[in-house]
Design a protein around this ligand. Structure first.
Ligand SMILES: [Zn+2]
Length: 140
């Protein structure tokens, strides 16, 4: 069993779909943190069978948009003085910037270097986003 209360201060990203923990780890640049970071894979879960879990022993600005795109079912729990102080549930963001790249090979964003390309949500269930330049739909 994972005992979250052992964590004095930090963040627990729980209920990660098994196999996606490493992707989240990389996308949040957790390998660049100086703090203790634990990635647990294939943990037994009552709800999901197997799950991944990440513990970060520091305060960190988490990019919830990235998390919601990779795995919208995760829960993020903040721990302070060994107590769970806040739990965050994710919803797909209405708009993402810089996270996606357009899958249309003829799109201008793939021909030239364009910064801050906006994608707007067109289907929350399928996590489909439309490119602001060509309207092609891209998902993660
Ligand atoms: Zn495009």
């Amino acid at each position: 069993m994972i005992n979250v209360s052992k964590l004095k201060k930090g963040i627990v990203i729980d209920h990660i779909t098994a196999g996606k923990g490493y992707k989240i780890f990389r996308q949040l640049n957790l390998d660049e943190l100086d703090a203790v970071v634990v990635l647990m894979r294939n943990v037994d879960s009552a709800k999901k069978g197997k799950k991944d879990l990440i513990k970060i022993e520091t305060d960190l600005q988490i990019n919830f948009d990235v998390l919601a795109l990779i795995d919208p079912g995760v829960t993020v729990t903040y721990v302070l003085d060994g107590e769970k102080v806040k739990k965050v549930k994710l919803t797909p963001p209405n708009e993402v910037i810089d996270i996606l790249s357009c899958k249309n090979p003829r799109c201008i964003t793939n021909q030239e270097h364009i910064e801050h390309v906006h994608f707007r949500l067109v289907n929350a269930e399928k996590k489909l986003y439309a490119c602001e330049f060509c309207d092609a739909q891209t998902s993660l």
